[in-house]
Write a protein that binds this ligand. Structure first.
Ligand code: GLU
Length: 253
């Protein structure tokens, strides 16, 4: 069959976790991903990453969407909520286990060496006396390489930096690295534009996609906004919410 010659559709996304108010730093991430997609004639989507109830702040998903709307930032397709996608994450994990690419692990954080790099303890079966707690994805010694559209060429050998990593958590929740990768593929995202604080998650997400036989998007990690103390603005530090700023001034700093 002849390969399609039409250019791949451009799809960008903004994927906030509802763990607090939208602050200036996340507004920049939203605007950056929006402009990246829209200037290329693409679509822009919003995904609410509400898979971690212990960290969520009730009502913040609605307030984030409201704040985005006030800046004219609306998803071109219905907003995806990760809390409604558990079946998709379960079937991705089932596929990985079935293919021998993921395994049950009985180790707790206390069992890991000080480096935090998983030593492969349960890779070939649960270690004696352990019961299954989490599920890990096997890493290989092959470096993951990608060209970040802002940060340039990147490579990471996951076996050396993290080891086999958790894709299903001991508390029964899907891990961020799994859910985000599965949903970027599900939503046919072609470009992930987000803050550089997430650059070190990218190789793991590409590895999840490669393992599932799904295409990886392109990535662009922009510098993050820091406060006067030099630290990244964050919802958890309760950085000034954009809703507290006059609309016509929030983007004029
Ligand atoms: N949900 C993540 C956060 O709010 C961002 C995920 C992503 O953009 O990949 O930090």
């Amino acid at each position: 069959m002849q390969e399609s010659q039409s250019p791949k559709a451009i799809v960008g996304r903004f994927a906030p976790s509802p763990t607090g108010e939208l602050h200036f730093g996340s507004l920049i991430a939203a605007v950056a991903s929006y402009l990246q997609a829209k200037t290329a004639g693409g679509h822009w989507l919003i995904r609410i990453e509400d898979i971690d109830p212990p960290r969520e702040v009730p009502g913040s998903a609605e307030r984030i969407l409201e704040d985005l709307r006030a800046f004219g930032l609306q998803s071109d397709l219905p907003v995806v909520y990760q809390s409604q996608r558990t079946d998709a994450y379960r079937s991705a994990v089932a596929q990985l286990i079935e293919q021998g690419l993921a395994f049950n692990c009985g180790c707790s954080r206390a069992d890991l060496p000080a480096t935090g790099i998983y030593p492969g303890t349960c890779r070939n079966g649960l270690a004696a006396g352990k019961t299954a707690r989490s599920i890990r994805l096997k890493t290989t010694g092959e470096p993951i390489r990608f060209i970040d559209l802002i940060q340039g060429p990147q490579q990471e050998n996951l076996a050396e930096t993290v080891g086999d990593f958790v894709i299903w958590r001991a508390d029964g929740l899907p891990a961020y690295q799994l859910a985000t990768a599965v949903d970027d593929a599900f939503q046919q995202v072609s470009e992930v534009t987000r803050g550089a604080d997430l650059l070190n998650s990218t190789a793991r997400q590409i590895h999840v996609l490669n393992s599932l036989g799904l295409p990886a998007p392109e990535y662009a990690h922009h510098p993050v906004v820091c406060g006067k103390d030099g630290r990244k603005l964050s919802k958890r530090q309760q950085s000034d919410p954009v809703s507290a700023l006059p609309r016509d001034q929030a983007l004029k700093r």
